[in-house]
Design a protein around this ligand. Sequence first.
Ligand code: SF4
Ligand code: SF4
Length: 136
Amino acid sequence: MYMICICCAKCCFDTEMILTRSDILRIAKLGYSPDDFTVKSGGFIRLKNVNGACFFLDRETLRCKIYNSRPIGCRLYPIIYDVERNVITVDKECPMHWTVGENDLIRARPVLARILWELGILRPGELPKLPKGSNS
Ligand code: SF4
Ligand code: SF4
């Protein structure tokens, strides 16, 4: 766990999280058809939104229906990857973004790197940069 999450579900609205192959296989094993929960957009396979919210969001409880099997990108959030700067960073859209510290970024870096390798965004062994001012 990288941060304090208040379970507001803001990150589950109007976000089409990029999915890795492992994410899709893991979720499909729960009995969901990839045709139902994925969409192709921007060169990637992403979580499908239904009426502005993730396919897996329970609108009444604001809970994730597949929490224990949720995509790795959802697990890392609000830690994200800034493609243009090749930097691991924190999404300020999350109201609890301030609870994520530098150590969290350092810990998440290899996990994020594995996703980026799997997606073909970085070469195997390559790591996203840490933000400027980081001690590592
Ligand atoms: S937006 Fe931030 S605080 Fe809200 S559910 Fe997502 S990670 Fe948690
Ligand atoms: S999979 Fe779960 S945590 Fe991820 S965006 Fe959808 S509802 Fe939110």
